[in-house]
Design a protein. Structure first.
Length: 568
RNA sequence: CGGGGCGUAGCGUAGCCUGGCUAGCGCGCUUGUUUCGGGUACAAGAGGUCGUGAGUUCAAAUCUCACCGCCCCGACCA
């Protein structure tokens, strides 16, 4: 391709609405343009890079035995009602009505469709296992689209769904996808690593996210350098010890704490109750009923973990009015001592704790000498706290670290939740009818593309890995007059390399060398061949890998050298 | 949805507080000359509903209100 024939609109300055580096580079290199918030057009070079990522994904999915299909973006609302997600996912669903007023959803994902398909097409255990995948546009009405392609209202996702006869089979399918994902991200030039992930409301027992370390990532990952433990902070646990038991004190004692409504205040004079001897009492409302959550005074509640206990993500902190109605006191004086008719979920770290202090459910008063197991009726014990950096690893007890990361892929063992609701059953060898055991596997394709840029750049612009670069080679003749030796040689290299299957862009613009170099660096082509009259006089041209040192070669060696570099 | 900020040419911005007559600058774009190995220099140009609507005023980019859009933080996130 000739530069003047395609469209590469580079920008010297990034538009003001781009905040993070990869978003700025996407715009400055002319890969995408914003149409509206969270909605983007891919320009020619951006699309080429995107197609490279898609192709890698297809090759690895095919290699793992998955079958490509294409499901509609327009989905009838009935199947979403059948799965129950018309309600639970309502906040992200784009809804449209047709001329006859029938309601449709724009696909945010496709469990319902593929499970319906499986219900119709799969009858026998002999047809299983099967794994279907697609690469398609997805729509999610994100509350807040962000950072360009990172969190968009419309984006491209690869989603795959496996169907097995048994749990063991499902685990094998899961493992295949897990391994395929590792290969996919490695081939994209990404340093991505798997972490244990929260299974949320779907529950189940197995889920991993593939994370790309980045300060701008929206996820926090807890990890251990010593043993390799890694988990999303929503899921992570630590080996931190439970609260030390003390000699059991006398009975609970109420004492006045006028105006004290925070852990910090109670820790100061004249009370001097250390935060680790306080019980933090939180009230949430789920399904319009209050629940009480107890964590230690120096711990933070992890709402993702709470969702697992409550069984829905549709819950919220109670308002002060709701709290007063339920407990008869305001935040700051709350406690669970003596509470009988509200469920109490208690963090494991408080198990066995005594000599604790907590609110008395009477404004201005607290209880001390509280022994949890003696004085509080706990509905369920559960790990509910948020892990902090420096705590001991749950596996090897070394200090945990936390870093931010971008989630580019997610593998999930679904079990039979969808197959049961949508009747995806098969007849087993023994003649019994069973629901398929499912797994689902997603890769944010457009997000992966941006993650590559977020990870592969320098002060001059993008540094594409060969595998996803829009063009592998940029030929830069410094004089473009047709009868000039520079241009003649450029044309010759262009045809020879193109004939060898190398993707080449020939910068045939009548621009200053500086402009061409700057643009080529910004656009990030992995290899640039510069052809100038000075070098040519010595019979040489320069090959400049975007990420390495200049290589000067004789003109007749140039093509072979470039082929060597692009075959890596 | 709550909090904060912004909206002036393709991009980046000044002017707004303290209203004043042709809305300024840099980049980019067009034409010419120049330069010719890291965003060249000079000259001449084109390009604007100052987000939209209403209001205040002799006069509004500037003040007021409403709306729309965008960005950030939070909440949310299969």
């Amino acid at each position: 391709m000739r530069w003047t024939q395609t469209l590469i609109s580079t920008l010297r300055e990034a538009p003001a609405d781009a905040e993070i580096l990869s978003h700025k580079l996407l715009l400055r290199a002319g890969l995408i343009r914003k149409l509206a918030g969270g909605v983007y057009t891919f320009l020619p070079t951006g699309l080429r890079a995107l197609r490279k990522v898609e192709q890698i994904i297809r090759e690895e999915m095919d290699r793992a035995g998955a079958l490509e299909v294409l499901m509609p973006a327009l989905q009838p609302k009935e199947i979403w009602e059948q799965s129950g997600r018309a309600e639970t996912a309502r906040d992200v669903l784009f809804k449209v009505k047709d001329a006859s007023n029938r309601e449709w959803f724009l696909s945010p994902t496709a469990e319902e469709v593929i499970t319906t398909t499986a219900a119709n097409e799969i009858n026998s255990y002999r047809q299983l296992p099967k794994n279907f995948y697609q690469v398609s546009v997805k729509f999610r009405d994100e509350i807040r689209p962000r950072f360009g392609l990172m969190r968009a209202k419309e984006f491209i996702m690869k989603d795959a769904y496996s169907f097995d006869t048994t749990d063991e089979g499902a685990m094998a399918s899961y493992k295949k996808m897990y391994d395929a994902y590792a290969r996919i991200f490695a081939r994209c030039g990404l340093k991505a690593f798997p972490v244990e992930a929260d299974t949320g409301v779907i529950g189940g027992n197995y889920s991993h996210e593939f994370m790309v370390p980045a300060e701008t990532g929206e996820n926090e990952v807890v990890f251990c350098e010593a043993c390799g433990y890694a988990a999303n902070v929503e899921k992570a646990t630590s080996g931190i010890p439970r609260t030390a038991a003390r000699d059991i004190g006398p009975a609970v004692e109420k004492f006045a704490t006028p105006g004290v409504v925070t852990i910090e205040a109670l820790a100061k004079e004249p009370y001097k109750v250390a935060p680790n001897r306080q019980i933090k009492t939180l009230v949430y409302v789920g399904d319009s009923k209050p629940v009480i959550v107890l964590v230690r005074g120096d711990d933070q509640l992890n709402e993702a973990k709470l969702a697992g206990v409550i069984g829905t993500t549709i819950f919220r902190p109670a308002t002060p009015e709701e709290i007063f109605a339920a407990l008869g006191a305001h935040p700051g004086s709350l406690g669970a001592v003596g509470v009988k008719d509200i469920p109490v979920y208690c963090d494991e770290r408080l198990r066995g704790a005594n000599d604790m202090t907590t609110g008395a459910n009477e404004d201005g008063f607290h209880f001390r000498y509280v022994s949890i197991e003696r004085d509080i009726v706990v509905t369920q014990w559960k790990d509910l706290r948020t892990v902090a950096a420096g705590e001991p690893c749950p596996k090897c007890a070394k200090a945990l670290k936390i870093r931010r990361a971008i989630e580019v892929g997610h593998v999930f063992k679904l079990g039979t939740k969808y197959s049961e609701k949508l009747n995806a059953t098969f007849l087993d060898a023994d003649g019994s009818r069973k629901p398929c055991v499912m797994g689902c596997y997603g890769i944010g394709v457009t997000r992966t593309l941006q993650a590559v840029i977020e990870q592969c750049n320098d002060k001059d612009g993008i540094v594409w890995p060969l595998s996803v670069a829009p063009y592998q080679v940029c030929i830069t003749p410094l004089n473009i007059a047709a009868d000039n030796q520079c241009m003649k040689l450029a044309e010759q290299f262009y045809s020879e390399l193109t004939a060898k299957g190398v993707e080449v862009i020939l910068d045939d613009r009548d621009e200053r060398p500086g402009v061409k170099f700057k643009d080529a660096d910004l656009a990030g082509f992995p290899i640039r061949i510069s052809i100038g009259e000075k070098s040519l006089a010595k019979g040489e041209v320069e090959i400049k890998p975007r990420s390495g040192a200049m290589i000067v070669v004789r003109t007749d060696e140039a093509v072979a050298k470039v082929l060597e570099l692009t075959e890596a």
